[in-house]
Design a protein around this ligand. Structure first.
Ligand code: BG6
Ligand code: MG
Length: 221
């Protein structure tokens, strides 16, 4: 069995990735009276708050000064936190709790590798904090996803080499980050977008530990 499991949060553990994009949409509507096209959702998944805002402004060809940029980031987070107010364990995606339990039974160490500054609060609300031996701090890493830093930090947090870890992601940037960290990447989502994943499941409810372990062992050889 592999020794460590590294988890993305938004879109893997909980259905919060849609809230992020709802908050971005409201922000852009309120500030610039523009409707954000849904194709931008994929480009902002897994990407830090600042990098997401930059991508959105670049797409809309809007330039702002540093003060406005900071204000927009803060306002987006306020909208996001409003959406999180009703978050409960019911927002855990199907199959995830069972997978976390199985991993725990197999003595696999768990670490969180989320770009979100809100991750610790969200894990608390989902009542999942106790499963995780480490939460990598996105502020402490040099580069966000698609750079490997956050996954290297998560593996370091549980003292497991990345090659002995399986990591779970729903975003393009996240799969790139795992692959660069040289851990085994499990994608959850579309085979078009996540084609670079070592193993792919369409939805969290299809995640299967036996299948993951078999693929991981083949990959390791
Ligand atoms: C990632 C999300 O998990 O966290 C991104 O997929 C988000 O959409 C990023 O931008 C940062 O989150 P936060 O909560 O710090 O703004
Ligand atoms: Mg995600």
């Amino acid at each position: 069995m592999f020794k460590g499991a590294l988890f993305d949060l938004d879109g893997v553990i909980a259905d919060t990735s849609v809230y992020h994009f709802q908050a971005w949409k409201k922000l852009i509507q309120d500030n610039f009276q523009q409707d954000l096209p849904s194709q931008l959702e994929e480009q902002t998944k897994g990407v830090s708050r600042a990098d997401s805002l930059q991508r959105i402004l670049d797409y809309l060809q809007i330039e702002v000064d540093t003060a406005k940029f900071q204000q927009l980031m803060q306002q987006k987070n306020e909208y996001y936190l409003q959406l999180l107010q009703t978050l409960t364990p019911d927002n855990i995606l199907p199959g995830i709790k069972e997978l976390l339990r199985e991993l725990q039974q197999q003595k696999v160490k768990l670490a969180l590798a989320s770009a979100s500054l809100n991750a610790p609060v969200i894990l608390e609300k989902l009542q999942l904090s106790d499963y995780f031996a480490a939460i990598a701090d996105p502020v402490a890493v040099k580069q966000g996803k698609p750079a490997p830093d956050i996954f290297l930090a998560a593996a370091g947090g549980i003292n497991v080499t990345p090659q002995d870890c399986v990591a779970f992601e729903d975003s393009i940037a996240g799969i790139q980050a795992i692959n660069q960290a040289q851990a085994f990447s499990v994608g959850i989502g579309s085979s078009v977008e996540l084609a670079a994943a070592d193993l792919l499941f369409a939805q969290t409810k299809e995640l299967n530990l036996a299948q993951i372990e078999t693929s991981y062992q083949q990959w390791k050889e």
